[in-house]
Design a protein around this ligand. Structure first.
Ligand code: ZN
Length: 438
């Protein structure tokens, strides 16, 4: 039996057949939860004025909020202007290194990371011990909901070092009680093979899933490993469109890495409302859109050392408030993609993932893994330029015609498809670049 008692890192063990990780918080009455949110929000506002936290103090004062008593609770959030990532970036540039939006000193924190910086200068992420605990507990609720239990073996290939997401995931798995096999991202074939061989020695109970599943699959077949012996499932990541939405899974590591998790019984992901308020906001009015409609994902965190107030992630979210059959009393959120990834061509708006879903229907480009690029449309009336690899030795013009036909059918737009030989497009160990400028 694992040691229990004070000489142990992590949470108290709980019965494996209990339905929720944290029954008290996950099944609390909605009125009681609202009272807790109001109290935690008032505490954040009080700290803005007391510490003070200059960026948020300016925001509050610009809305006529001149003291802590002006905010009674969650209903007052709509009066507070939103902030976006560029505000954080500017704050860090003007008040280096950590900006003027922090609620703690940098030395009160124990972990620092950066965002991936795929879009401009990465922002700095700071966590105190308490903030890490909030994330670990939040992640634990998610994994317990989907049936993970302490004692199981899991694996991931997140980037490490300054990138903050990898160590957060690894730590959260360990806290929960999983044995986590952290393999390197498959940036090169050698690194991918190292991971594959390790999975054959120590087989995860939960096989690898992630952005680079296709990449591992490809290297496995290249070096003569049966992907299934390494526990890999068929690399079929379902595509999604803005119309359908996925369960809301993250609000950015800089804000709240694990704000919610799906239960699988009803659409969306249950939001940890005791630690945040998630709003779907109409950017023109700052008010919430009706339930079920897309608005800007806007997050206010509390109950942590470094909260953010009305942080607009510039991504689409929709909220579902109807009662869930699983018994959890929190509201649920859907995620509809990043607005900056939204493409426009020939009068239609779509995500690059929707192009991917369409291409998956063409067998000779979808196998063994789908490798493609979409050229960002510059003229609205021109066909969408798509490059895709094919292993087929047959007529490439025919493959191109069939690919263009499914894109037309699924997205309603004309495409100019260029079919390339295998291994022509660049590979990536984490998130492949699918959208290119030319
Ligand atoms: Zn549920």
């Amino acid at each position: 039996m694992p040691t229990s008692g004070p000489e142990r890192l992590g949470p108290d063990p709980r019965p494996l057949d209990q339905q929720f990780w944290d029954p008290e918080m996950q099944t609390m009455g909605r009125e009681e939860r609202r009272a807790l949110q109001d109290e935690r929000l008032r505490d954040v506002i009080r700290r803005v004025f007391e510490r003070p936290v200059p960026l948020f103090k300016r925001k509050l004062e610009s809305a006529g909020i001149t003291g802590p008593d002006d905010v009674k609770g969650v209903d007052d959030l709509i009066h507070i202007p939103t902030i976006v990532k560029d505000d954080l970036r500017r704050s860090e540039a003007e008040h280096p290194p950590v900006g003027d939006y922090r609620f703690t000193d940098i030395r009160d924190c124990v972990r620092v990371g950066t965002s991936t910086g795929t879009t401009g200068t990465p922002t700095l992420m700071l966590w105190s011990r308490h903030d890490i605990w909030v994330e670990y507990e939040s992640a634990a609720r998610w994994w317990w909901r989907i049936g993970y239990r302490p004692g199981q073996i899991i694996t991931h290939a997140h980037p490490a070092y300054l990138y903050g997401g990898g160590v957060m995931l690894q730590g959260a798995y360990e806290y929960f009680g999983l044995l986590s096999i952290w393999v390197p991202p498959p940036d090169t074939d050698e690194l991918a093979e190292q991971a594959l061989r390790f999975w054959m020695r120590v087989k995860p109970d939960h096989p690898f899933t992630g952005f680079s599943t296709g990449r591992f699959w490809e290297v496995a077949t290249k070096v003569g490993i049966n992907p299934e012996d390494a526990g890999l499932n068929i690399p079929h990541m379902p595509g999604f469109g803005l119309g359908k939405g996925l369960p809301l899974m993250t609000a950015g590591a800089e804000c709240y890495a694990y704000p919610s998790g799906p239960c699988g019984q009803k659409p969306g992901a249950h939001i940890n409302e005791d630690w945040c308020v998630i709003q779907a906001v109409d950017p023109d009015t700052g008010r919430e859109v009706p339930d079920g409609e897309w608005g800007n994902l806007t997050v206010t965190t509390f109950g942590r050392d470094n909260p953010l107030i009305r942080y607009d992630l510039e991504e689409a979210a929709a909220l579902l408030r109807d009662e869930c059959t699983c018994g959890e009393t929190t509201i649920r959120g859907l995620w509809g993609g990043r607005f900056k990834d939204l493409l426009a061509s020939q009068g239609k708006r779509f995500q690059v993932n929707e192009v991917e879903s369409a291409l998956r229907k063409v067998e000779d480009v979808a196998k063994p893994t789908l490798e493609y690029q979409v050229v960002k449309p510059k003229r609205h009336d021109a066909p969408l330029v798509i490059r895709v690899e094919s292993t087929s030795t047959g007529d490439r013009m025919d493959t191109a015609r069939r690919a263009a036909a499914v894109v037309k059918e699924e997205l309603g737009i004309d495409a100019d498809v260029e079919v390339l030989a295998r291994d022509t497009l660049p590979r990536s160990g984490y998130k492949a670049t699918r959208l290119v400028d030319d």
